[in-house]
Design a protein around this ligand. Structure first.
Ligand code: ADP
Ligand code: MG
Length: 338
């Protein structure tokens, strides 16, 4: 999969309540296949220790949930090695299952066989055949995973987990928890496409246009919340000179081509924001609007499409366009105009 890692999806800027920028300590590292940045707003030197612990939380989690590390729980689950799974793995799987049900499988962490198929086809420079797609589809589907107490099983030995659409958000939640436990009251964790902020401070997050121009579409103000972006312009499969989004439709195994180029979701947890930004990308605006209205879980979203941008009212309340007047259409307006 092609990555233009240096083109950051988000630009994080902090806005303190005071005019002078507040002092912070930070740490940068590579984890979860991307760049991570953690900031804690304090000048206390003990915060350095908290940052190092926070970083190790991300690294430990990656060692447990990675699809490629042979010592991970995910690898053991995918390759049929009987083992006791870590609590972190089981908790993430349980949460993923809930979010798969909630999104009617638009987010589906059992899409591993489909992802493997597209990855190997990209390497061979060809599209998957119908037969290959139907085999991969028969090895996918969240209803094939059962969790009872601490026992995790799969119906089909070919089923493969992939936490690519939720892992970064979940890691940010776990890191925020660890920082709080270390006595940090305010901070920010960024995995580029997933950002979690906590504490008594507003953060202004820049949202890029869904292209490689690097221009900003606008800003969202965030406090004690998480934001996640799913886009088709940074990670994709390139086959025969055509770019196919890395987000797949678990129902037919195909890359999503519904006119959406980028989705931003705001939610109370990083895991939710991350999984839902992928799910809204898959669902499209109409289905996402239905989910939004019926939601037992609350979230806000922005979709940037070929025809312009649409955002839920709760998103607009926190949004400021970079060009005055270039406000996204509100979801209610969009629906009423259809
Ligand atoms: P990013 O990783 O760029 O932040 P996402 O959070 O949307 O973007 O995650 C996309 C990744 O999730 C893909 O690279 C793939 O590993 C996996 N994936 C693709 N489609 C789905 C899907 N429908 N449900 C769950 N995971 C998916
Ligand atoms: Mg995601």
């Amino acid at each position: 999969m092609k990555k233009m890692a240096l083109l950051l999806i988000l630009l994080t800027l902090s806005l303190g309540s005071c005019a002078k920028p507040s002092p912070y300590r930070d740490i940068h590292f590579f984890a979860m296949d991307t760049f991570a940045e953690v900031r804690v707003y304090t000048s206390d030197t003990s915060a350095n220790e908290a940052l190092i612990v926070g970083k190790s939380v991300a690294e430990d989690l990656e060692n447990k949930i990675s699809t490629t590390k042979e010592e991970s729980d995910t690898y053991a689950f995918n390759h049929g090695a009987a083992q006791e799974y870590s609590e972190d793995f089981t908790e993430l799987l349980r949460l993923s299952l809930e979010l798969s049900k909630f999104t009617d499988g638009a987010f589906d962490m059992t899409s591993g066989a489909l992802i493997e198929l597209w990855t190997s086809c990209e390497a061979e420079g060809r599209l998957p055949t119908d037969d290959e797609l139907s085999v991969a589809l028969s090895n996918a589907g969240y209803t094939g995973v059962q969790i009872s107490d601490d026992t995790v099983t799969k119906q089909n030995p070919g089923l493969l987990l992939d936490f690519g659409a939720i892992g970064k958000g979940y890691a940010a939640d776990r890191m925020a928890e660890s920082l709080r436990e270390s006595g940090v009251s305010c901070g920010m964790i960024s995995f580029v496409s997933s950002v979690t902020v906590f504490g008594d401070k507003d953060f202004k997050i820049g949202i890029r246009k869904p292209d490689t121009s690097g221009e900003l579409f606008g800003y969202v103000s965030l406090r004690d919340r998480s934001l996640s972006v799913s886009g088709d312009y940074e990670r994709f499969y390139e086959i025969g000179g055509v770019r196919y989004p890395h987000i797949l439709d678990p129902k037919n195994g195909m890359p999503i081509a519904n006119g959406i180029h980028s989705v931003v979701v705001l939610a109370d947890s990083g895991a939710m924001a991350d999984a839902l930004s992928t799910a809204v990308f898959v669902m499209g605006i109409e289905k996402a609007a239905t989910l939004y209205r019926n939601a037992e879980l609350s979230f806000e979203f922005l979709c940037m499409t070929d025809d312009g941008a649409v955002a839920s009212d709760g998103f607009l309340a926190y949004f400021e366009p970079s060009v005055k007047g270039e406000q996204p259409l509100s979801l209610s307006q969009y629906i009423s105009e259809r």
